[in-house]
Design a protein around this ligand. Structure first.
Ligand SMILES: [Zn+2]
Ligand SMILES: [Zn+2]
Length: 157
């Protein structure tokens, strides 16, 4: 989703689009800390965007269905992710001219277009839990025999 900066104004513009799961899963495959997680449905994005001078404001929420492997019992389960996000995008040239430091937590854009895709992609990945569990009371695997204690009893204890 590419947005032309010149097309933005003070008037809030609604932005609705979907990122296809294949692209996200390709990134996930390279990201070790979220192993065992994959997006099952497009990431639906519902956001608002406007421009004030050269500053661009982007805020909204995203949602998708994912499959994750439980970090306790290793069973795969489906869950949904939802996340709100907010960006203040500063034109890189303007930021340099004003001597703004990068550590102010502002994102930059170059040129006269903003690719919203990567920004949202990053948020979608952040929405994934680092240690997903299939249920809050998942009993996990027995450390002695490896039995899934959710579905079977073992004689270890
Ligand atoms: Zn589990
Ligand atoms: Zn056991």
């Amino acid at each position: 989703m590419i947005v032309k900066v010149a097309d933005l104004s003070d008037e809030v513009r609604q932005l609705r689009f979907a990122e296809q799961p294949a692209a996200l899963n390709a990134v996930l495959a390279d990201t070790s800390n979220v192993a065992g997680v994959r997006f099952e449905s497009p990431v639906e994005v519902d956001a608002e965007m406007y421009r004030h001078g050269s500053d661009v404001y982007l805020a909204g929420k995203l949602g998708s269905e994912v499959t994750a492997a439980c970090c306790r019992c290793a069973e795969e389960f489906s869950t949904s992710v939802d996340r709100s996000f907010k960006f203040l995008l500063v034109q890189a040239a303007a930021a340099n001219a004003e001597g703004l430091e990068d550590d102010r937590g502002l994102d930059h854009y170059d040129g006269d277009e903003i690719d919203v895709g990567p920004l949202v992609l990053e948020q979608a990945l952040l929405a994934l839990e680092a240690a997903p569990v299939c249920a809050p009371d998942c009993k996990g695997l027995c450390v002695g025999c490896g039995a899934n204690l959710n579905s079977e009893d073992c004689s270890c204890s």
